[in-house]
Design a protein around this ligand. Structure first.
Ligand SMILES: [Zn+2]
Length: 258
């Protein structure tokens, strides 16, 4: 079902919490994380989602970029700073990959959801290393083989009106949802829950439905590729082994099987 892997990188955090909004109330590290957590929730039913950090934590740009290895898409999440009049959403793609189409779709979707201008998609080349990306995180992510690498600037926190929007949880959530929708469209992902159900053959009033849905959301049990779950099917010994290990990994946070 979930064949694409998606890495979200909430920029900054840990020792790097200096970027603040015009009023000082908005902290970029926290705003990026809030957006990333909403985005993870919206993408989780459709993608295998990994966050470079899911809490306030120090990570180097290289460490972040390396986590893109094996992923289909890597999105670094930021907000911008320049003057108090600077306004709008910008999105960067790699000079080597040219993911302009999806970059534009995401950038436009975020700008519309926030009610601010879209400044366009850009590629920034390093002046010291021509042919390489200016942004370390983009450069490292694409060097590792990830085919789609983006860096999103969700408006300017140096602009008082945009700082307010970045502090508004409803707007942050709406812009994360708009991002998820643009990504699903790009990968031609069908709305599996459009009927209010996760699996075609699980009715909402089935006694076990809440457990099956929870197990799916916890990423412990997946259904079949055709969108069914086969609720009365029996468990084989090998499936029991997989379940046991997945549970162990979930609870301990330790990865045992690669
Ligand atoms: Zn930033």
């Amino acid at each position: 079902m979930r064949k694409y892997k998606f890495v979200i990188d909430p920029g900054h955090g840990g020792k790097d919490r200096a970027n603040k909004g015009h009023s000082g109330r908005y902290v970029e590290a926290d705003g990026n994380l809030q957006f990333a957590l909403y985005l993870r929730d919206y993408l989780n039913p459709y993608f295998h989602v990994v966050l470079t950090r899911d809490k306030d934590k120090t990570l180097s740009l290289t460490e972040r970029g390396r986590m893109a290895k094996g992923a289909d898409m890597f999105l670094s999440v930021h907000s911008d700073a320049y003057t108090s009049n600077s306004s709008g959403v910008t999105i960067f793609d790699s000079v080597d990959l040219k993911n302009e189409d999806i970059a534009k779709n995401i950038g436009k979707a975020v700008a519309d959801a926030m009610g601010i201008p879209f400044r366009g998609s850009r590629e920034k080349e390093s002046s010291r290393h021509p042919g390489e990306d200016y942004y370390t995180v983009i450069d490292v992510a694409q060097d590792g083989g990830c085919p789609c690498v983006l860096l999103l600037e969700r408006g300017f926190h140096s602009n008082p009106a945009e700082e307010k929007k970045l502090l508004n949880a409803n707007i942050v959530q709406a812009s994360a949802e708009a991002t998820a929708n643009a990504i699903k469209k790009y990968y031609k992902i069908q709305e599996v829950m459009s009927m209010g159900r996760i699996f075609k053959d699980i009715e909402d009033d089935r006694w076990s439905a809440p457990y099956i849905e929870a197990a799916k959301e916890l990423d412990i049990i997946n259904g079949n590729d055709d969108g069914t779950f086969n609720p009365a099917g029996s468990l084989t010994r090998e499936q029991a082994a997989v379940l046991t290990v997945r549970l162990y990994e979930k609870i301990t946070g330790r990865k045992v099987v690669k």
